[in-house]
Write a protein that binds this ligand. Structure first.
Ligand code: E4P
Length: 229
């Protein structure tokens, strides 16, 4: 499962890229607003350091979405155009996908919606796990069901577990067979955490320092001088 960052904040993406653990970024109008930057400039900047960058259309009618989607795709070869799972969104997505643009269908909450996205040739389907959990439904169950339905139907559309809220969601998405999980930067940082890793590393470094301190210091003539005690 590939790990994506769900943010439009350049500094977060830059840090995660340096760690070498992420393969892409998902943005949406809310995340762009949070980053407080011009949409085009920010997406181009992000595309300069990482591939697979989802940028979402904000038009409402399919014809306008097609025009907008073409404009987003022209920004950079790394752009994946995100359309909503609405009749207009899918109609636009179908045209864009037929033109060779990679399309991410967003705001998916059911297996049936995921089948509709596959039918238009979507490159990615994004089921929102966290938002389902918020209304007392099992978001990760829906992700797992979409993965199973796609496998049984030999559908190639990639399943991207979205709206991830905690590290447990990431584990569950991987076990469900999702192709990608996109997560906020704080959740990505939490994936590193384990008390035994921190304690173990602290102890290794302490022991290394002890051996260094116990080593005989070299004399001025280059010979070892034994410690006086
Ligand atoms: C995915 O592409 C969306 O940007 C995102 O995961 C939505 O998450 P939220 O429910 O935390 O807003």
């Amino acid at each position: 499962m590939k790990l994506f960052l769900d943010t439009a904040i350049f500094e977060e993406i830059d840090e995660a890229v340096k760690w070498g653990v992420i393969d892409g970024v998902t943005t949406n109008p809310t995340l762009i607003a949070k980053a407080g930057q011009d949409h085009e400039l920010q997406v181009k900047r992000i595309c300069g350091i990482i591939g697979n960058v989802s940028a979402e259309v904000v038009s409402e009618k399919s014809d306008d979405m097609i025009v907008e989607g073409r404009r987003l795709a022209a920004w950079h070869k790394n752009v994946i155009v995100k359309v909503p799972l609405t009749p207009d969104g899918l109609a636009a997505g179908k045209v864009l996908a037929a033109e060779g643009t990679r399309v991410n269908v967003t705001l998916c909450f059911s297996v049936n919606q995921a089948l509709l996205a596959a039918a238009i040739g979507a490159y990615i389907i994004s089921p929102f796990a966290g938002r389902l959990d918020d209304i007392n439904e099992d978001g990760m169950r829906v992700v797992a069901d979409i993965v199973n339905a796609y496998r049984q139907q030999s559908i190639k559309t990639k399943v991207l577990a979205a709206s991830i809220r905690n590290p447990m969601h990431v584990t569950q998405a991987a076990l469900a067979g999702a192709d990608i999980a996109t997560m906020p930067f704080p959740v990505l940082k939490m994936l590193f955490n384990h008390p035994h890793t921190d304690d173990g590393q602290k102890k290794f470094l302490e022991d290394y320092r002890k051996t260094q301190e116990a080593k005989p210091a070299p004399s001025a003539a280059g010979k070892a001088v034994l410690p006086s005690h």
